[in-house]
Design a protein around this ligand. Structure first.
Ligand SMILES: Nc1ncnc2c1ncn2[C@@H]1O[C@H](COP(=O)(O)OP(=O)(O)OP(=O)(O)O)[C@@H](O)[C@H]1O
Ligand SMILES: [Mg+2]
Length: 545
């Protein structure tokens, strides 16, 4: 690897700036990325108290010489890019030259490294180098991060329980474990070993090392190469239903959050009742993507996003179609099972097999709707019937309207006065700008009293629910900066409730708006909105066909 150098101000200005280290998992992620970039074959991670008191990452990678080690803890120093053009062609996980400096500035930090010759140990306290020593160690790097955020009490306060933080760490480590099957990973917390893998050249074998066999057996694989783009991975069989955390997307071996890819997978899967398990790797030439859009490097953007999404959708659909044909060629359980068995499996099977591939509705008459228990809307369709959960349907409508910035406010005849607690007021101050954009209008009085005199037209909230909105926003922690997370809370509270009587026209209106949504099938929290039943199915169940 090239030597560590300081980036010019021209390059620095181009790099997505922002908070890099928000909680222990951010440290673990950055250190693992560095070890992978250093071509380690074994990475050991030790965690104490959810990473709050100690995080230790040890690797057998290429290490650093003394000079590089000293530079590496300064800001904007990296061996991974040099000039401005390199930002367009990033091949490594790191590139900003920021991670070590950010970590070292909020902890007691120790770096021990060797390039196979002389070893170096560096001690840094809250960003200040307090000692540089010679050390004996084999090639590789060991970083110890003690008392994270000890000099930033505000950030420390935001951390959750040790178990919670450890779970976040384990999930993140898993994402790197899966995509690097040739690297041995070992994750432990005190004496508990959470992950211990052995090297393999097979992704499926690696998945099996940390996920249950019952899931792995139901994964179907796919690989497709189109020009310089390769899309490969595994996805659960369409009929397989098991809640799992195998939901990983990689672009050029980088774990990423990419909501549009999620949507493409779900649409291809075509079954809103089941959330598939998947492990998807997209490999493209580095210049096809922009990695430099998120300060924590968790998101990337395809320059031609539409093309990649179309391609992914087509590949998955093709795979599913082939797979379903294969399944129906085998003896069908339905024919052999007895009537009682069939009836017992009715709901379960319908949930799995009812695929809503097209908008289901062609309702033009409100008399086709009924409300069950003032909670579910029951509607006849050409091929059968659907049941819609009114609360989540409205939640989806509000959520998409908020995300698209379509909230239109209406003046309240009787403004709502709220006296907020200190905490609620703090949250209010943080979110008021955003809430105003949504159509909630406030007037502020002294000593934490606010008056709400306008709400988005469609909202169904009372005073208590507004207070609940502030409380839930407070519970979001750092996520409070994310519009989508705020929108979820506000949409949930503002939506029609279960148990609320609706008139036929209101139902029709709701369904119309639902089907105008981008995703009418699941609520922002992932719950299903619609169950579909066909006449054929009823015919089978009643022994007619
Ligand atoms: N485990 C390691 N083994 C070898 N070299 C390392 C290791 N960790 C860091 N380095 C060196 O230190 C430099 C700085 O690391 P740092 O993580 O701060 O920045 P980066 O990886 O270049 O970019 P980013 O901020 O995006 O992670 C790296 O470019 C690399 O040369
Ligand atoms: Mg790095």
């Amino acid at each position: 690897m090239a030597r560590v150098k300081r980036l010019s101000s021209e390059v620095r200005d181009k790099i997505a700036a922002g908070e890099v280290i928000l909680r222990p998992v951010s440290v673990v992620k950055e250190l693992i990325e560095n070890s992978i970039d250093a071509r380690a074959k074994r990475i050991e991670i030790e965690i104490t108290n959810g990473g709050k008191t100690k995080i230790l990452v040890n690797d057998d990678g290429i290490g650093m010489n003394r000079e590089d080690a000293v530079l590496s803890v300064e800001r904007y120093t990296t061996s991974k890019i040099e000039g401005i053009d390199d930002i367009e062609r990033i091949k490594t996980l790191g590139f900003r030259g920021e991670a070590l400096a950010s970590i070292a500035s909020v902890s007691r930090f120790e770096l021990e490294t060797s390039d196979g010759e002389i070893g170096t140990r560096l001690e840094v306290d809250a960003g200040r180098v307090i000692g540089i020593f010679e050390s004996q160690r084999p090639r590789g790097t060991r970083i110890k991060v003690m008392n994270l955020f000890y000099n930033l009490p505000a950030r420390l306060k935001f951390l959750k329980s040790d178990e919670w933080e450890l779970r976040l760490i384990a999930d993140t480590v898993k994402s790197y474990v899966l995509i690097n099957p040739m690297i041995n990973f070992h994750l432990s917390s005190r004496s508990r070993v959470l992950i211990n893998t052995s090297a393999t050249d097979d992704y499926k074998k690696r998945i099996r090392q940390i996920f249950p066999r019952s899931l792995v057996e139901h994964l179907i694989d796919f690989t497709e190469t189109v020009g310089s783009i390769k899309i490969s991975g595994f996805i659960s069989e369409p009929g397989f239903f098991e809640k799992s955390k195998l939901k990983f997307i990689y672009v050029n071996s980088r774990p990423v959050r990419y909501p549009r890819i999620f949507r493409t997978i779900r649409d291809a899967f075509d079954n809103p009742m089941v959330s598939p398990s998947f492990f998807i790797c997209i490999t493209v030439p580095p210049e096809f993507i922009d990695v430099n859009i998120h300060p924590a490097k968790e998101e990337i953007k395809f320059k031609d996003e539409r093309y990649i999404m179309d391609l992914l959708g087509q590949i998955l659909k093709k795979k599913f179609t082939r797979h379903s044909i294969k399944v129906s060629e085998s003896p069908v359980e339905f024919v052999t099972s007895d009537f009682a068995e069939k009836s017992r499996g009715f709901i379960q099977e319908s949930m799995i097999s009812n695929q809503i591939s097209q908008p289901v509705r062609s309702f033009d008459d409100a008399s086709e709707f009924w409300q069950l228990h003032n909670t579910y809307i029951f509607a006849q369709t050409k091929s059968g019937f659907v049941i819609i959960d009114q609360h989540v349907a409205h939640e989806r409508i509000l959520y998409e309207a908020i995300m698209k910035g379509k909230g239109q406010s209406q003046r309240l005849l009787f403004p709502i006065t709220l006296e907020l607690s200190l905490e609620e007021y703090r949250v209010y101050k943080k979110t008021r700008k955003f809430l105003k954009e949504l159509g909630l209008d406030f007037k502020e009085f002294s000593s934490r009293t606010i008056v709400i005199d306008a709400l988005p037209g469609d909202f169904q909230v009372n005073r208590q629910e507004i207070v609940d909105i502030f409380r839930e926003l407070d519970g979001l922690g750092n996520l409070i900066k994310e519009k989508a997370e705020i929108a979820k809370v506000v949409a949930c509270k503002g939506a029609i409730k279960a148990g609320q009587k609706l008139k036929p026209l209101e139902m029709m209106n709701l369904i119309d708006q639902l089907f105008a949504c981008e995703n009418p099938y699941t609520c922002p929290h992932g719950r299903p909105i619609i169950l579909k039943f066909t006449l054929d199915e009823l015919g089978h169940r009643f022994g007619r066909i």
